[in-house]
Write a protein that binds this ligand. Structure first.
Ligand code: SF4
Ligand code: SF4
Length: 368
C-alpha cells in the first residue's frame, strides 16, 4: 500500500472543489428527514458535522455528536444501491411507426459521480452487486452505464453503530478495496491512503504531505478499537448447511408471527436485487415502455407464477430471504449476500434482527 498522507480538515473543501472542477457530481452523506443519505455536496458544511447516529433494532435517531467530527454518522437508510441499480427505470421504448414499430434503447447517460464518506461495508456490497450485474453471463447495460467512471472516497470506521456486524462478515471496518482514496478521521484531519491511479492523481494535485507516524499509528488504533468493540456478531460457521438443514426449524414460525412482510429490509439492503419488469402501454396504443423497478421477495406477488403462488406464507418468504442471503447466495455468486451493514435491523419496523434469528436457529438445531 502507498505511503499514508495527511489531509487537514480545512483542506477537505479543496478535495470537493477539485472533484467538482473535474466534472464529477460530488455526493456525500447529507441529513434528510431525520437520517442521512447520499446527496449532492458542494460545501463541507453540507455534511453532518458534529452529529452521530443512535441505532438499535427498529430505531434510528440523529443525535449531537463530537464538535468538528465530520463523519460521525455511521450510515442511514440510503446505501449506494440506487445510484447504480435504479429503483425505477425505463429499459426500452417501442413506438408504433407507419406499418411497423421502432425500438429505442433507453440506456441512461449517467453523470460522473464522486462519492465521499463511503463505508467499507457499502464498498463490499457494491462489489457483490458488480458480480451480479456485470460479471455474470449477461452484463446489465444500465448498471454498467452508471457504474463506470465513479470516484470513491472511503471513510474507515472509527466507531460502529450497535447494529453493525461487518467484522463477522469480514467486510469492515476498514475499506479493503474498491476505493480511490480511503481516509481515517482524526481531530485535525484525515490520514489518507490511495487505492488507484485516479486517487494518486488527485492527491498529487492536492500536494498532500506525508502523514506523521504518530497519526498513522493513531488511525490504526482507532480502526482496531472499532473492530474489537463491535457489539453485534453473527456466527457464520457452517452457515449454509445450518440453514439448509433447518428448513423445518420452528423458528421460521416464530419470526413469521412478528414479520409484517413490509419489504423494508430488502429496500434498505445494499445487496438485494429483486426486481420486476413490466410493459406499460400508452392509452393511444402507439407507445409501450418496458419498465424495471425494485421488488422484494417479501411481496406476495413476487412468487406468483401462472396459476400458483409458491411462497404464500410470510414463513416461506422470510425463510427464502434469509436462506438466500446467507446460504444459496454463496452457491450462486461465491460470496455471502450480507455485508453486515445492519440496515435491515435498524429499519425493520418491528426490530427483527437477522443475527438473532440465525443464533436462535443454531440453538435449536436438530432439537425438533
Ligand atoms: S423482517 Fe422486518 S423489515 Fe423485513 S419484511 Fe419483515 S417486518 Fe418488514
Ligand atoms: S442483510 Fe441486512 S445487514 Fe446484511 S447487507 Fe442486507 S441490510 Fe445489511
Amino acid at each position: 500500500m502507498n505511503e499514508p498522507l495527511k489531509l487537514k480538515k480545512a483542506a477537505l473543501q479543496d478535495l470537493i472543489d477539485l472533484l467538482r472542477r473535474e466534472e464529477f457530481k460530488v455526493l456525500g452523506p447529507v441529513v434528510r428527514e431525520g437520517s442521512v443519505a447520499f446527496h449532492e455536496v458542494r460545501e463541507v458544511s453540507d455534511l453532518p458535522i458534529g452529529m452521530r447516529d443512535a441505532q438499535e433494532a427498529g430505531r434510528y435517531r440523529l443525535t449531537p455528536g463530537v464538535d468538528g467530527e465530520i463523519f460521525g454518522v455511521v450510515n442511514g437508510a440510503g446505501s449506494l444501491k440506487p445510484f447504480f441499480f435504479a429503483p425505477h427505470e425505463i429499459l426500452l421504448e417501442v413506438r408504433r411507426e407507419h406499418r411497423g414499430f421502432k425500438v429505442r434503447d433507453a440506456t441512461p447517460a449517467a453523470p460522473r459521480l464522486a462519492l465521499i464518506g463511503v463505508r467499507a461495508c457499502d464498498l463490499a456490497a457494491l462489489a457483490i452487486q458488480d458480480r451480479i450485474f456485470l460479471h455474470d453471463k449477461f452484463r446489465d447495460a444500465h448498471y454498467e452505464a452508471r457504474r463506470k467512471d465513479v470516484f470513491f472516497v472511503a471513510v474507515n470506521c472509527t466507531r460502529s453503530a450497535p447494529t453493525c456486524f461487518c467484522v463477522s462478515m469480514k467486510t469492515g471496518p476498514e475499506a479493503a478495496s474498491g476505493f480511490d482514496l480511503a481516509m481515517t478521521e482524526m481531530e485535525d484531519g484525515f490520514v489518507v491512503r490511495t487505492g488507484s491511479a485516479a486517487g494518486e492523481r488527485v492527491v498529487s494535485k492536492l500536494q498532500l504531505p506525508t502523514a506523521a507516524s504518530e497519526d498513522v499509528a493513531k488511525a490504526r488504533a482507532r480502526i482496531d478499537e472499532c473492530a474489537s468493540g463491535m457489539q453485534r456478531q453473527m456466527d457464520t460457521s457452517d452457515l449454509p448447511h445450518l440453514l439448509y438443514d433447518e428448513v423445518d426449524s420452528p423458528r421460521w414460525n416464530d419470526v413469521a408471527a412478528r414479520c409484517l412482510s413490509c419489504t423494508n429490509c430488502t429496500m434498505v439492503c445494499p445487496t438485494c436485487f429483486c426486481h420486476s419488469v413490466m410493459d406499460v402501454q400508452e392509452l393511444d396504443g402507439n407507445m409501450s415502455r418496458r419498465v424495471r423497478q425494485w421488488d422484494s421477495c417479501f411481496s406476495l406477488e413476487h412468487a406468483h407464477i401462472h396459476g400458483i403462488n409458491f411462497r404464500p406464507r410470510i414463513h416461506d418468504r422470510y425463510r427464502q430471504w434469509l436462506t438466500h442471503k446467507l446460504a444459496s447466495w454463496i452457491d450462486q455468486f461465491g460470496t455471502s449476500g450480507c455485508v453486515g451493514c445492519g440496515r435491515c435491523i435498524t429499519w425493520c419496523p418491528v426490530g427483527i434482527d437477522l443475527t438473532e434469528e440465525v443464533a436462535a436457529i443454531r440453538a435449536q438445531r436438530g432439537k425438533h
